[in-house]
Design a protein around this ligand. Structure first.
Ligand code: ADP
Length: 621
């Protein structure tokens, strides 16, 4: 039988698994990152021609064109070349905050003025207290300023997203890639809704975070480079001007890629330890916007609901199934926990991987262990039941043999010999009493077995203690009279009870027969009772042989009889009291025993008073 405590314990185990799973998920954020990167690499964005192109100042360009000191001239030369190719928009990821040599600046300014839809880089400085903007002479030519901050994951420094917005005080700037995208699509402003940004008909899911983060869908690596955004170096287009044609109609990102000079070297899910320059990250962010294939984060509530569902499924599987079907379902649940994030990722939804997986493992493990131990407990219980049954069988065969032998012997005597009327009557009486003893034994036995195995229905009928006691006393009187034992009954007031009257009569009758059996002749047995709060007490007191403390500890054990009882010559089986206790506890009551050797015993049955009475008391308030 599955008790309530069993169910509650089971639920507690599952709740613990869920809590640990979620807590572990929080701690296992880096595992979520690994899983994300793995899924990311498995599902690169759909192949489509890129809309952007990179114009890079690489190591070669620097060494051949005069180094970083000449950067502005190098940039000017590059911009002059691509201006002729008519790009759609141009973003320059180089901080041009200060003025330098006037002649150089004039050349750069002129070059900047020649490219359409120019975005210049700005940057938060002084710990985010102010924006460092381009020098006004350059800024004049910019259609927009875009910030160049990435958002590397604090755990592993991999850049999986960029903040589309950054603010210093009131002054907020969009990301360089977003500005470039906006200008390349006609220059309409960015429209903000609580959860999204909208640019030129493209809706970007960002959530409510004021930084408006966007996951970058990096293009897969190509050849030597970490992504397949087309590129050329400034040196290349100067040496081979026809190369500039690749920038026609493109959104061009201009920046420094030389390892020695680039400020920002970042990792991506494709990196495997290699780094990517900021300019290329911006290009990938741009491509993400241009493709409109965004990864959105599953809402927290959905992740929690999934973990809860896994835990419940594990609980139900191991509750209703057993053996291999249960383990198979458990495996399916664990598999589902691992696969759903992958399946969702294929649908551009990012769900934490570790928390549901851990929850599934813990829930399935917890449920399986719990049920395994419950099965073992039940098995042990079954073993104990079997042992008890064998003991009972042994006892019955042993005990039955005595009356049976007597009956057989006596009937044989009657059949074989011509006996006197007196002798014949005596033998008939013996047969009668022995067969009754057997019948009683069988009846008692069946009752105790049925009651303790839960097969016996406990009826719930109202009855009065007074009337119950009277019936029992009437039955026991002939027995008492034979030993000249007086049975005294004190009236019981307010003894309303509820339960199986027949069983209760059996219990009280048993106490009475014991009192008579284990008392010497010419003594008194007193039955009394009273109502005490919500309980009714019925006491059977005798002046009999009594029991010592050690004996009292055993009398409710089946088949136990005291030495005094054996010596008294009274027949008994030693199971009556165990049945009495079973009946009383089934009724929600208890038994108290006081006894002293040679002085007598008092058995008190304490039972809950009838509920109807309690209702009446409540009602009268
Ligand atoms: P039985 O009477 O068939 O032996 P019970 O289970 O009714 O079995 O009682 C168990 C034992 O408890 C008795 O054998 C006897 O030793 C002791 N006992 C029970 N009631 C009394 C009593 N009123 N006075 C003394 N001993 C008692």
């Amino acid at each position: 039988m599955r008790g309530r405590t069993h169910a509650l314990g089971y639920i507690a185990v599952l709740a613990l698994a869920l809590a640990l799973g979620l807590a572990g998920g929080w701690l296992g954020a880096q595992i979520d990152n690994y899983a994300y990167d793995w899924m990311f690499r498995r599902r690169p964005p759909s192949p489509r021609p890129t809309e952007s192109a990179l114009l890079l100042v690489d190591e070669n360009t620097l060494s051949r064109m005069g180094g970083m000191r000449r950067l502005r001239e190098i940039l000017a030369a590059g911009l002059e070349r691509i201006a002729t190719a008519a790009p759609r928009a141009v973003a320059v990821d180089v901080t041009l905050a200060d003025a330098s040599d006037p002649q150089t600046d004039a050349r750069l300014e002129q070059a900047l003025g020649r490219v359409p839809n120019l975005v210049l880089a700005c940057e938060l400085v002084d710990d985010g207290r102010r924006w460092e903007d381009p020098h006004p002479r350059f800024r004049r030519h910019a259609a927009a300023l875009g910030h160049v901050h990435a958002d590397p994951d604090p755990l592993d420094n991999v850049t999986r997203r960029i903040p589309l917005a950054k603010a210093s005080g009131r002054q907020r700037r969009w990301a360089l890639a977003l500005e470039l995208f906006r200008l390349s699509r006609g220059g309409a402003p960015v429209i903000e809704t609580p959860d999204e940004l909208e640019v030129a008909g493209v809706t970007i899911p960002t959530g409510r975070d004021p930084l408006r983060p966007m996951r970058i869908r990096y293009l897969p690596p190509a050849g030597q480079s970490l992504s397949s955004v087309p590129r050329a170096t400034i040196l290349e287009i100067i040496e081979r001007p026809e190369r500039a044609a690749m920038f026609r109609g493109k959104a061009v990102l201009v920046g420094v890629s030389a390892q020695s000079a680039a400020r920002d070297r970042l990792m991506t899910p494709f990196s495997y330890g290699r780094t990517m320059q900021g300019i290329e990250i911006h290009a990938n962010a741009f491509e993400t916007l241009a493709r409109g294939e965004f990864l959105r984060d599953a809402p927290l509530s959905a992740s929690l609901a999934f973990a809860l569902a896994l835990s419940c499924a594990a609980g139900l599987a191991f509750w209703f199934l057993a053996g291999w079907p249960a383990y198979l379902s458990g495996a399916a649940i664990i598999l589902a926990a691992h696969l759903l994030p992958v399946w969702l990722f294929a649908r551009n939804v990012v769900m934490p991987y570790f928390a549901p997986a851990l929850t599934a493992w813990l829930s399935v493990g917890g449920a399986a262990a719990w049920q395994y131990f419950a099965v073992r407990r039940r098995w042990r219980q079954a073993e104990a039941d079997k042992a008890r049954y064998q003991q009972a069988m042994h006892f019955v065969t042993h005990e039955m043999r005595t009356p049976l032998t007597a009956i057989q012997g006596s009937s044989e005597l009657m059949a074989r010999y011509n006996l006197s009327e007196e002798k014949r009557r005596q033998i008939a009486e013996l047969i009668h009493s022995e067969s009754r003893r057997m019948a009683r034994m069988i009846e008692t036995f069946l009752s105790v077995e049925r009651l303790s195995s839960g097969q016996m229905e406990l009826r719930r009928e109202p009855f009065e203690a007074d009337e119950l006691v009277a019936a029992c006393v009437a039955r026991v009187r002939p027995l008492a009279e034979r030993k000249n034992i007086r049975v005294e009954v004190e009236p019981i007031e307010d003894g309303a009870l509820e339960g199986d009257r027949e069983l209760m009569e059996y219990a009280i009758y048993n106490l009475l027969t014991n009192a008579v059996k284990y008392s010497p002749p010419d003594t008194q047995v007193t039955v009394s009772g009273k109502r005490q709060g919500s309980r009714v007490r019925i006491a059977v007191r005798d002046q009999g042989y009594g029991m010592d403390r050690e004996e009292l500890r055993h009398i409710f054990t089946k088949f136990y009889r005291t030495r005094r009882a054996e010596a008294s010559g009274e027949k008994g089986t030693g199971i009556g009291l165990s049945i009495v206790r079973e009946i009383v506890t089934q009724h929600g009551g208890s038994i108290e025993v006081e006894s002293e050797p040679g002085k007598g015993s008092c058995f008190t049955v304490v039972l809950p008073a009838r509920a109807a009475n309690r209702a009446a008391v409540n009602g009268s308030r």
